[in-house]
Design a protein around this ligand. Sequence first.
Ligand code: APR
Length: 309
Amino acid sequence: MKISIIGAGNVGSTLAERVLTYKLADVVLLDIIEDLARAKALDLSDASPLMGYEKRVLGTSDYKETCDSKVVIITAGFPRRKGMSRDDLIHKNGEIMRIVLKNIKTFSPDAILIVVTNPLDVMTYLAYKEIGGDRRKILGMAGNLDTARFKALLSQELGVSFEKIETLVLGSHGDTMVPLVSKTLINEKPLGSMLNRERIEDIVERTKKRGGEIVALLKSGSAYFSPSAACFEILKAIINDAKKTIPCSLVLKGEYGISDCAISVPAKIGKDGAEEILEWELPENELSALRNSAKAAKEMFDKCKKQID
Ligand code: APR
């Protein structure tokens, strides 16, 4: 099995290393800067005898090499810099996405796509609009990343293993994301019985700002270990046909009363992509927060379309 990663930067190359380490698939690493993709692929391939990689990795800027990939992961684009929001990237990354999507449509029309490029929900919806076809095959990775961040912060705050924490973060990858406090269980007990409302709100806010906190510390570039890990988990569920519930950004057609945009919702992920979108019953405040998040994603998509058309 072959997968292709478009963009051999921080997220793309870290993801490639994970795919090889876990022997998931052969990897094509493609970048507009051919030497960068080739150098990273050669470096990874030199690590094979040391790390026991059995799968092959190729670096290129030629889309022909990506043909008939089972999954294509799109990380191509510019990352945020200090002081930028993800939405500030729409123009530049929107144009890059269009080129990438055109090539994917030509060389791997049946591939499942995982979108990493920001602003993530806008780019996921753009992928659907440009490629069309089965919406279950176009997934944005961010709900999984936001959930991991919320879990990590809860785990530190409560001194509890993240394995004992059940939670999900839905909505758009930005300030309007919706950590499902009502569905969060710590050792099977409701979060509200363990922390007061103020502490919970503080953790929710820190979750929303986590990406920006990392951008500010890095000075140039944005987070990549956790984004590539979030992406890896989705990829693994597809390749292993795991039918695992993972929150992903998906094109909605009426679910949760939302249409015409992509935001993160829980879905069963397996060999065909998001095989089932799960429509959970949510309390009124979380449902309206989710719809509000969808509204923000839609507005941003309209802005993106105006800028790149
Ligand atoms: N085709 C292929 N690759 C491209 C193109 C293009 N048209 N344009 C840019 N790239 C490549 C760049 O050359 C670079 O190597 O995309 C890569 C992006 O890598 P980084 O700059 O290291 O960014 P990264 O941290 O990997 O983030 C990529 O994911 O998390 C999001 O906001 C982030 O949108 C950004 C994306």
